[in-house]
Design a binder for this molecule. Structure first.
Ligand code: GDP
Ligand code: IMO
Ligand code: MG
Length: 428
């Protein structure tokens, strides 16, 4: 009966994929609400690793309907490759995967504009995933975007490509010095994709509404994280969508009164990929050790993730922006064996202490973290399934996080696998 949003509380890669996979056990529908194939969600089942980019992480459960919502941007070739990759591994992807007609298409020129834009920004580049995400959302907001549903109306689709290419090709030639795109070539390529995808295209908002009326269990999956949100993140070092909980309503067409819970996924330390400020970043051996132990390399681009201590200032921001009802604390096991663990409780900026998130980039870039030091634990927490079995120091660490953040830990993840989990409060 409940509708639960799963949202990243930091800069992405918190372990949302694992959580969504585990919670799908009790979900009838899993729906992705924003982002595109910039996301990389890893799910480990037994010893098999699956990395999902566009398809909801619920797809590995065969009786669940998975939806790609209107708020998502879809690169059809990447989607088809992902579908085929899963099918090859014996995962059912047919009528159980539905794509909103209103989701916007990533076109070849969006990818070219993404990399050209990054080149132009030079040292101030965002460090995007190069997937064309930003330019696609630009077109959506400029009302020049092309949507998945347009693939079903070839003449209309061609007209839109022609209109858009007038501006795109002007920029390509005159600003970026690159080659022009051919409308005919894009048309042929995309109609080929339409042929493969047509049976998946649906009015997903209506489906979701029906499921809510029938009191089904719905899981709404966010990509990226709170600090990468276009409005509430570390702008301009963010992604171009609404990755926070509000994005679930607009990105799927579900009213806020239908949401029961918002679970914030929090890594037991902090990571970030790409450019932008990161107050608790560790550029020393401890940061290196966390990266190595936590295998902190991007699931989409393979880039090393920047690592640092847990920052409860950004977590309080995430609690506020998303209205978190609980947190799922992941990768606790990666902190095993550390002598001491630090938690950032506030920032120092120009001699003053701030316990809230600093919105001005100039301040956030230069502030220094105020730390509380905690005793680490020497025992392994890997695979522990009961809270009371955790080392005392780990219990103290979790309780202190709850105090500082003001929200309880509903779930604690102690490993990559499905069953390496402590459930304190069920979501469904
Ligand atoms: P997402 O983008 O939020 O889905 O996260 P990613 O999949 O990009 O990155 C999280 C990584 O941590 C993945 O490789 C997961 O398999 C792994 N992971 C998730 N939870 C845990 C955990 O509790 N312990 C350990 N050791 N690994 C975890
Ligand atoms: P998941 O869902 C971490 C980052 C990029 C870059 C910025 C903008 O796996 O948590 P974009 O290509 O979106 O325009 O890049 O956002 N980024 C992510 N970082 N996890 C992600 O997704 C990310 N998706 C985008 O590295 O800094
Ligand atoms: Mg990821």
């Amino acid at each position: 009966m409940p509708t639960v949003i799963v949202v990243g509380a930091q800069w992405g890669d918190e372990g949302k994929g694992k959580l969504v996979d585990v919670l799908t056990e009790k979900a009838d529908i899993v729906a992705r609400y924003q982002g595109g194939h910039n996301a990389g969600h890893t799910v480990v089942i037994n010893n098999e690793k699956y990395v999902l980019h566009l398809i909801p992480s619920g797809i590995l459960h065969k009786n669940t309907v998975c939806i790609i919502g209107n708020g998502v941007v879809v690169e059809p070739a990447a989607l088809i490759e992902e579908i085929r990759g899963l099918q090859k591994r014996g995962i059912k992807v047919g009528k159980n995967l539905l794509i909103s007609k209103n989701a916007h298409l990533i076109m070849p020129y969006h990818i070219a504009l993404d990399s050209a834009g990054e080149k132009m920004r030079g040292k101030k580049c965002i460090g995007t995933t190069g997937r064309g995400i930003g330019p696609t959302y630009v077109d959506k907001m400029a009302r020049t975007g092309i949507r998945v549903g347009d693939l079903l109306h070839p003449d209309f689709f061609m007209e839109k490509i022609r209109t858009n290419l007038k501006q795109v090709n002007f920029l390509m030639k005159n600003l970026y010095g690159s080659r022009a795109f051919s409308a005919g070539k894009i048309y042929d390529e995309y109609l080929g994709y339409a042929n493969v995808l047509k049976n998946h295209i649906a009015d997903t908002d209506v489906l979701i509404d029906d499921a809510v009326s029938l009191k089904k269990n719905l899981l709404l999956e966010g990509a990226q994280g709170t600090l990468l949100d276009i409005d509430h993140g570390t702008y301009p070092y963010v992604t171009s969508s609404s990755s926070t909980a509000g994005g679930a309503c607009t990105g799927l067409g579900i009213g806020p009164t239908k949401i029961s819970r918002v679970l914030g996924v929090v890594k037991a330390y902090t990571t970030r990929v790409g450019s932008g400020p990161f107050p608790t970043e560790l550029s020393d051996a401890t940061g290196e050790e966390i990266r190595r132990k936590g295998s902190e390399f991007g699931a989409t681009t393979g880039r090393p993730r920047r690592c640092g201590w847990l920052d409860t200032v950004i977590l309080r921001h995430a609690v506020m922006i998303n209205g978190l009802t609980g947190i799922a604390l992941t990768k606790l096991d990666i902190l095993d064996g550390l002598e001491t663990i630090k938690i950032c409780t506030a920032y120092k900026y120009k001699g003053k202490i701030y316990s809230h998130f600093l919105k001005e980039l100039e301040a956030f870039e230069v502030c220094t973290p105020v730390y509380e030091e905690m005793k680490g634990w020497k025992k392994s927490t890997l695979g522990i399934k009961e809270f009371r079995k955790l080392p005392k120091e780990a219990q103290v660490y979790i309780r202190r996080i709850e105090e500082l953040v003001g929200v309880k830990a509903d779930i604690i993840s102690t490993g990559r696998k499905r069953d390496e989990l402590i459930t304190i409060r069920e979501q469904f």
